[in-house]
Design a protein around this ligand. Structure first.
Ligand SMILES: Cc1cc2nc3c(=O)[nH]c(=O)nc-3n(C[C@H](O)[C@H](O)[C@H](O)COP(=O)(O)O)c2cc1C
Length: 330
């Protein structure tokens, strides 16, 4: 069964790859992932705060020794808390490229179009085949409107695009007022792909300690549904690659993402829970389903459940909404 796909201009034997995560920190794990059949490796992120701290002794415009910023600074991890420093990160890309034959996607994570983005070029020079850009920003400033928040994203993407020649994917947040417009404008400024969606961690409260408690919760297949909607809306309306990240645990999840329009399928929580061999389970399950249902290739299925041909996805969604609510009875 032909599962091949083209993601970010990379010709891959199939769309399944690990998403950005600590799975790449250990070369043995990376090799196990390659042995299990992943199509590419996505690095975990190198953070703006790590880079600016090293470049200028500043974290995100806050002087390390400025007492006025002391509280805000205390929110950030110290340099030693990151798994790999900026130079080690580049070395790790280099080592991974030497150890495996599959493409490697570097990941940058930050929110300003400034000097830290020099690392985009260094990531390319270290051998990465593409870059994923994660502009993880919680828009909490009442004085900063939606336009300014979007401009921040576009400025970062433009800066990276002008610094590198390898493809650039943007890992997007679902919290824009118009995801479709943001996606289309990202295409206009040259983004080569979108990864849907960033999974923001959700802080909780500890009532006994009266404190904020942050826990890293892994996803479930329920997280996939938000992604399916937006893949289905965007497929056919944008010309660049779409990938899913969030909620892919089973072969059925991966097939749904492809049918919604994904050409890349990223998996993290399922691999952290089940280990690298889970890739084989996913690939075997996808192949078996396609064979049973007499598909000739995965490409034949791609986008088949998207809203590409729907003249008005908003009306389609709106129509489903009251219909669904009417089905509930007590
Ligand atoms: C332990 C852990 C580390 C992660 N590190 C990163 C990271 O460095 N950069 C990033 O963009 N996303 C990171 N993510 C998010 C994942 O790439 C992915 O988008 C998210 O977990 C949703 O996919 P999943 O449902 O398959 O887990 C991380 C997730 C986990 C669980």
């Amino acid at each position: 069964m032909d599962l091949s796909t083209t993601y970010l201009g990379l010709n891959l034997p199939h769309p399944i790859m690990p998403g950005a995560s600590p799975l790449v920190d250990n070369l043995d794990t990376v090799k196990r992932l390659e042995d299990a059949g992943v199509a590419a490796i996505t690095m975990h992120s190198l953070y703006e705060e790590q880079i600016t701290r090293e470049q200028h002794g500043m974290v995100y415009h806050m002087e390390l020794h400025d007492h006025g910023s002391a509280e805000a600074l205390s929110y950030f991890p110290s340099a030693g808390e990151y798994r790999l420093g900026p130079h080690q990160y580049l070395d790790q890309i280099h080592l991974i490229k030497q150890a495996v034959a599959i493409p490697v996607i570097g990941s940058l994570n930050g929110t300003t179009a400034e000097g830290w983005l020099d690392y985009a070029k260094l990531i390319q020079e270290a051998g990465a085949n593409a870059i994923e850009l994660n502009v993880y920003h919680v828009a909490a400033d009442p004085a900063e409107g939606g336009d300014a928040v979007e401009r921040r994203l576009f400025d970062v993407v433009k800066a990276v695009k002008s610094a590198v020649t390898i493809p650039v994917a943007v890992k997007l947040s679902p919290f824009y007022s118009s995801v479709a417009s943001v996606a289309s404008r990202l295409g206009d400024i040259g983004a080569d792909g979108l990864v849907l969606f960033n999974r923001f961690y959700q802080p909780d409260f500890n009532l006994e300690e009266l404190a904020v408690e942050s826990a890293l919760t892994l996803s479930t297949s329920a997280d996939l549904l938000l992604r399916l909607r937006w893949l289905a809306v965007l497929h056919g309306r944008v010309t660049f690659s779409l990938a899913v990240t969030g909620g892919v645990h089973t072969p059925a999840d991966a097939l749904k993402a492809v049918m919604a329009g994904a050409s890349g399928v990223q998996v993290v929580s399922a691999l952290l829970k089940q280990g690298p061999d889970h890739i084989r389970t996913l690939l075997d399950g996808i192949r078996a389903w396609l064979e049973q249902h007499e598909y000739e290739s995965l490409e034949q299925a791609r986008g088949s459940l998207s809203l590409e041909r729907s003249p008005n996805p908003a009306a389609f969604e709106r129509a489903q909404y009251p219909r669904l609510l009417q089905t509930f009875s007590m």
